[in-house]
Design a protein around this ligand. Structure first.
Ligand code: AMP
Length: 116
């Protein structure tokens, strides 16, 4: 069954603009349109996976690629030592709104806990 494309498919296919900060064969990263911190970037796999629940056992590498890209970006913007937060929301209680998994990367301010 064909999945309805999400806004992120359109960004991957360059059909709509995004402020892209990183791209390789597996991962695309771009600035969140509604930033919740001075730095708020989304790291997404180019492969469509709706939610964490839909991850297959053989897709662990993809999740690893998201984290490695986030690690390198933190270093590139020299926020690695200050620190940052990565979050992945899942389904309704997790407040997921785009059904293409993505790692939120936030930096540039003191985060609070619990996140709410
Ligand atoms: P989530 O609520 O975890 O599914 O996160 C989806 C994120 O995508 C939100 O933080 C939105 O602000 C962000 N977003 C939605 N549309 C766009 C877009 N066109 N470009 C960049 N970020 C977007």
């Amino acid at each position: 069954m064909e999945l309805e494309p999400t806004i992120f498919d359109k960004i991957i296919n360059k059909e709509i603009p995004a402020d892209i900060v990183f791209e390789n064969d597996c991962v695309l990263a771009f600035k969140d349109i509604n930033p919740q911190a001075p730095v708020h970037v989304l790291f997404i796999p180019k492969l469509r996976i709706n939610t964490i629940n839909d991850l297959k056992d053989d897709q662990a590498q993809i999740i690893g690629e998201l984290f490695l890209a986030a690690r390198d970006y933190a270093k590139q913007i020299t926020e690695d030592e200050n620190g940052y937060r990565v979050i992945m929301n899942c389904n309704e209680n997790g407040q997921q709104s785009v059904f293409h998994i993505h790692l939120h990367f936030m930096a540039g301010r003191q985060m609070q806990w619990p996140p709410g």
